[in-house]
Design a binder for this molecule. Sequence first.
Ligand SMILES: C[S@@+](CC[C@H](N)C(=O)[O-])C[C@H]1O[C@@H](n2cnc3c(N)ncnc32)[C@H](O)[C@@H]1O
Length: 350
Amino acid sequence: MAMASTRAPSSAGSLAPGRRTLRPRSPAGLPGFLGLSPSKPTLRRPLALVSGARPCPPLFRCAASSSPAAARPASAPRFIQHKKEAFWFYRFLSIVYDHVINPGHWTEDMRDDALQPADLHSRKLKVVDVGGGTGFTTLGIVKHVEPENVTLLDQSPHQLEKARQKEALNGVTIIEGDAEDLPFPTDTFDRYVSAGSIEYWPDPQRGIKEAYRVLRLGGVACLIGPVHPTFWLSRFFADMWMLFPTEEEYIDWFKKAGFEDVKLKRIGPKWYRGVRRHGLIMGCSVTGVKRERGDSPLQLGPKAEDVSKPVNPITFFFRFLVGTICAAYYVLVPIYMWIKDQIVPKGMPI
Ligand SMILES: C[S@@+](CC[C@H](N)C(=O)[O-])C[C@H]1O[C@@H](n2cnc3c(N)ncnc32)[C@H](O)[C@@H]1O
């Protein structure tokens, strides 16, 4: 894997201070960036690297072994964290996605806040939105970038159909594809954005390695995703449903893929008042800069999931059903938090 040894300035622009045109904002009660440098660790806990993972029985299929979170089989069966289940999940969810799911977990305010570290300072930037679904995040991107320079990729044709109906996305290239195997040449984009999709990737490290590969020198990856709950009941449902990584896992994946200047910004709905114990479906925006041309230095084995392999329909149905029931818990959490926010006087913890 050839890696350029020089560090030329990027045509895409880097995270130079003073070049931002997006207003920096942070929801009340949430700390801003967790700056990360090996000499000055800002994280309270050590990286949650899990070794010696036990093999999973088929019903409790775990993901690939190349990432720490993937090696969490006992506590995290993660019924929907596979491409086939995600496909069927969004076959139905796409019908109500924009109206039922986003308002509780992923508001326009949050989206703008999460995209701010992506530094979309020029309308000429070439941007890819991976797992872009119905185009909610893409709508945030085209506020700053010409739609003709934006590509939206998703594995669900049903989600993409909704995106195609959005007038503001006219001009955006909309294609089907897999986040873990992007159909683009190396060194193509100035920005890689992915919001709320990593939780379905069987091998998140592979997806982040792909983010690195398709970015140009100086390009920025901005990955927005869930964060792991600490409250026991929420943790139970989260781990049964899909992947809720820890903040440390995100940072570890980015660094292993070869990214530099890795930063994590906490996000969350305003009415949560900064509460993170239930986990958040959109809980952080992680960014990293590509400082060398070419592919990621990380070497991985074969893909975790062979989508062409036949599955046992009974096992599949059971996994899908249980996963969907667990997902329903996370429809209720934001409603519960909203009610608490209405009842508990402002300024008091909820
Ligand atoms: C929660 S939605 C997020 C959609 C959009 N980014 C947004 O901000 O509203 C997750 C999306 O990831 C897509 N997805 C899941 N696994 C994928 C994969 N391996 N490759 C591409 N897309 C994937 C799903 O089809 C779904 O549209």
